[in-house]
Design a binder for this molecule. Structure first.
Ligand SMILES: Nc1ncnc2c1ncn2[C@@H]1O[C@H](COP(=O)(O)OP(=O)(O)OP(=O)(O)O)[C@@H](O)[C@H]1O
Length: 260
């Protein structure tokens, strides 16, 4: 096993001939690291995600994940997006079980191991505060509950890498902070690799070990900031001076990127 997990070396990606969407991205993460990527709209954050999961191949440069070159879509990935994207005709439990019906080696064992998989899903639902909601349908859950369920769905197959694209963007401030803590606890326990794309600098400062700031198109990494605050963090931390200084510093980078 490599010490590095994500390893981007001078990665460029062009969707068309005239312009690069991301340019000269070099970025390394260690095993179990939680990184956040912040930047203005359209800077290439989602493109970065596509490169990291093998959905897109770089125009030039190298992408290695867990010591191996990425040659196609990776299986050991869990994803959650701004919209919870639960299937409305499935219960919470059946939504959470979905990856196990699709991803090998779980898929082949799905019928035989069904009871064990159900127990695993129920345990995960309990961890995120959804005990008793397994039989409910998405329309019977609040937005925050749906997002909790979609985080369970992203983690049920125990992926090595969790990709989160603005996962809490649609939630109110209180629910968002609750879910920061849910994610913090899951990550503290399991130490999977996380790439979080967010516009929320406080979210990045609360959750991530390292924060990367991307420039406007073509997206480049213009700043890398190691989070000086000890993990795991409490919500109280967000009211402290070091936290505010960190957010302020990130805000400064974003301001410069937007004005450039
Ligand atoms: N499939 C595509 N074909 C052509 N251009 C694309 C494609 N996908 C993205 N782009 C362009 O690449 C650039 C980066 O897009 P990307 O979606 O990665 O940005 P983003 O930072 O995730 O944006 P946002 O914050 O608004 O979600 C944008 O200018 C976008 O128009």
């Amino acid at each position: 096993m490599s010490e590095l997990f994500v390893d981007f070396q001078k990665v460029f990606l062009a969707y068309n001939e005239s312009e690069f969407a991301v340019e000269d991205i070099s970025l390394q993460t260690r095993q179990g690291e939680f990184i956040a990527i912040v930047g203005p709209s359209g800077c290439g954050k989602s493109t970065f995600m596509k490169l990291a999961t093998g959905l897109k191949a770089p125009t030039s440069g190298l992408v290695n994940i867990d010591g191996k070159p990425v040659t196609g879509p990776l299986k050991f990935v869990g994803m959650a997006f701004q919209a919870p994207t639960l299937l409305p005709w499935r219960t919470t439990l059946d939504n959470v079980l979905l990856p196990l019906e699709i991803v090998e080696p779980y898929r082949s064992n799905f019928k035989r191991e069904h009871e064990q998989y159900v127990q695993r899903a129920l345990k995960l639902l309990k961890t995120v505060g959804l005990e008793g909601y397994a039989d409910k349908y998405p329309w019977q859950l609040s937005g925050g509950m749906q997002q909790r369920a979609s985080i369970c769905r992203a983690l049920i197959h125990e992926p090595k890498m969790l990709l989160l694209d603005e996962p809490f963007g649609a939630l109110d401030a209180f629910t968002r902070e609750e879910l920061w803590c849910v994610l913090r606890d899951l990550w503290t326990e399991r130490k999977f690799n996380v790439i979080l794309v967010t516009h929320d600098l406080r979210e990045a400062a609360f959750l991530a070990d390292t924060i990367y700031v991307m420039s406007k198109r073509p997206g480049r990494i213009v700043a890398r900031k190691e989070n000086p605050l000890a993990q795991p963090r409490e919500l109280e931390t967000t009211y402290t001076e070091p936290f505010n200084e960190l957010v302020h510093e990130l805000r400064g980078h974003i301001g410069r990127v937007r004005n450039s």
